[in-house]
Design a protein around this ligand. Structure first.
Ligand code: ZN
Length: 282
């Protein structure tokens, strides 16, 4: 599943390329993947590409927007004569002819370039909405972990009475957005905190260290273009990320902890795999 760094990476790649382009048409190949009247965007110029949590916003003239959530298996891939870039869930669609069998929506621009929305499992979506509707949707989302407004006091207030495990709370999007499984595991290791500690057991100092570690791992994820675990695709320029090469504990069960050398173990929490070091995370 694409996490925040992967989505941020896609936005950083698409922003300079799509800005200023004029949309010619939208082809909807699967009705579940698109909501709205696509002809409303014909001949409109793209003003900018941004992101809030894991929702990508392509802002057009006339106060209109396309918003996109990749969910489990979505990909946004831009193709022109010279290049192919974007990202999302790693599958063979990255390298095969587009449109492919998982292509659900195709945006065609006046200059002949295309943006393909591929989605194998159809949980993702693209929606045509007004500026007002975007603002309403975005204002209902908790702030991103890497936003300045998420401070140690902010987090302490949210978790001080909570008995759930800190790992589960860190990924609770009602508290803050953007910390998926990979980065939550790694942040807890960097902060040397056990993932099963109840939220309310953390001291103010521990919360501050954990929040700093969370921002650190997410920023490193963004710098490295996110995480691509499928080895078949990691060398594809413009599509794959490299965070997996520096992951602290995620995906490293049986290997040595970078802090202390002890063996990383894997447990299940809330249906997700948690990786941690039983020696230095207490
Ligand atoms: Zn350790």
């Amino acid at each position: 599943m694409p996490e925040l760094p992967e989505v941020e990476t896609i936005v950083r790649k698409l922003q300079p390329i799509l800005t200023g382009k004029i949309l010619e048409s939208i082809a909807i190949l699967h009705p579940k993947s698109f909501q709205g009247e696509p002809t409303l965007l014909s001949n409109l110029k793209i003003l900018q590409v941004t992101r809030r949590a894991k929702i990508i916003r392509v802002q057009f003239e006339n106060s209109l927007n396309l918003i996109l959530h990749l969910k489990m298996t979505g990909q946004a891939i831009y193709v022109d004569q010279q290049r192919r870039l974007g990202g999302g869930h790693p599958t063979s669609d990255w390298i095969t002819q587009l449109p492919g069998k998982h292509t659900r929506v195709i945006l065609t621009f006046l200059d002949g370039s295309h943006l393909y929305f591929n989605d194998q499992r159809l949980f993702g979506w693209m929606k045509l909405v007004t500026d007002e509707e975007v603002e309403k949707l975005f204002s209902a989302l908790a702030p991103d972990v890497i936003d300045d407004q998420v401070t140690p006091d902010f987090l302490a207030n949210k978790i001080k009475n909570r008995t759930q495990a800190i790992k589960v709370l860190m990924m609770d999007t009602a508290i803050m957005s953007g910390l998926g499984n990979i980065y939550a595991c790694d942040a807890l290791n960097q902060a040397r905190l056990h993932p099963e500690r109840p939220g309310k057991s953390l001291t103010g100092a521990e919360i501050a260290v954990l929040l700093e570690a969370s921002k650190d791992v997410l920023n490193r994820g963004v710098e490295l273009g996110g995480t691509t675990f499928d080895g078949k695709y990691v060398d594809i320029d413009g599509l794959a990320g490299e965070y997996q090469t520096v992951a602290r504990v995620y995906g490293r069960a049986g290997k040595a902890c970078h802090n202390c050398g002890a063996t990383i173990v894997k447990i299940k929490q809330g249906g997700r795999g948690t990786y941690y070091c039983p020696t230095c995370q207490v």
